[in-house]
Design a protein around this ligand. Structure first.
Ligand SMILES: Nc1ncnc2c1ncn2[C@@H]1O[C@H](COP(=O)(O)OP(=O)(O)OP(=O)(O)O)[C@@H](O)[C@H]1O
Ligand SMILES: [Mg+2]
Length: 271
């Protein structure tokens, strides 16, 4: 296998790859909701499903019948521009197909070249990476400007994230921050401080365990649209504002949950 190294771009979108190591930590939920939240504050945003073996981003958004997908782009039979779908929120999505044959015909090395065709029209490109550090997992790390690691507050999640961080640096990119997902105020969980110190990276957001995330996925809608004042949706919108360098204003209907959100933020971040 040829060594995989980072791609240097001089223009185009800021490319953030959402990765983890361990599976099921919340990468796809985070990508879909962070991307939607960025689009809703007016940022030109695209999300791309690079989980070419086990793709499911399209299912989160109800666009699973899209005729052209990243599989076609990576098979060399379609241009990436033909695999872009724009949603009502303004979010642009490059879904991936779900068939085994589509996966078999995909060459993940075509990803970097395909991204070069995405121009200045996009400000943020979020790439949903697969779990693990096989070739299709490493290329999304290499093509990123920075990697955001989605971890759960448990040691197995951190051990795998640490490996992903090492691989990220080996391919010439870097970890821009850690998103602590499915956090609660359970004392047995690792704290934000412990997570930050084990991964030697800043924890840029703590997203609470929130049944609305799963429910919204079942309804094929981002939680930041379907239940935008739920605790996880509020944390995701705040993260989007932070990434965009803007100030976050909590939705008015959030008033009755301020007590919980305030307590949660204090317990995770201290203060
Ligand atoms: N903050 C949260 N609160 C509650 N449930 C959550 C939260 N984040 C994610 N989930 C649920 O956890 C499950 C896994 O999430 P998701 O599919 O986003 O993870 P993933 O890292 O993309 O998984 P994979 O590695 O398989 O691609 C889903 O059922 C999702 O609804
Ligand atoms: Mg996923």
């Amino acid at each position: 296998m040829e060594p995989i190294t980072s791609v240097t771009r001089t223009s185009g979108p800021r490319v953030l790859t959402i990765a983890s190591g361990k599976g099921g930590t919340g990468k796809t939920s985070t990508t879909v909701n962070l991307g939607t939240a960025l689009a809703l504050i007016g940022k030109k945003t695209m999300i791309l499903d690079a989980d070419i073996a086990m793709a499911n981003m399209a299912l989160h958004l109800g666009i699973e019948k899209s005729p052209t997908t990243l599989h076609d782009v990576l098979a060399g039979t379609a241009d990436i521009k033909d695999a872009v779908y724009e949603l009502e929120s303004g979010l642009k999505v490059v879904p991936c197909g779900v068939s085994l044959s589509g996966f078999e015909q995909s060459d993940p090395e075509r990803l970097g070249h395909a991204l070069e065709e995405l121009t200045q029209e996009i400000e943020f490109l979020l790439i949903d990476a697969p779990a693990g550090i096989s070739k299709d997992g490493v290329i999304p790390l290499a093509v990123s400007d920075e990697v955001l690691l989605v971890v759960n507050p448990e040691i197995s999640s951190l051990a795998d994230a640490l490996k992903t961080k090492m691989v990220t640096e080996m391919v010439g990119s870097h970890v821009g921050g850690v998103i602590l997902n499915r956090a609660s105020i359970d004392k047995t969980e690792l704290s934000k401080r412990e997570v930050g110190s084990i991964l030697a990276s800043e924890v840029i957001a703590a997203i609470p365990e929130d049944a609305e995330v799963r429910r919204s996925a079942a309804f094929k809608q981002p939680v930041v649209i379907r239940k935008k004042d739920s605790p996880a949706a509020v944390a995701l919108q705040k993260l989007a504002a932070d990434i965009a360098g803007e100030t976050f204003t909590e939705p008015e209907s959030c008033g009755k949950q301020e007590g919980f959100v305030g307590r949660f933020v204090r317990s995770i971040f201290g203060g």
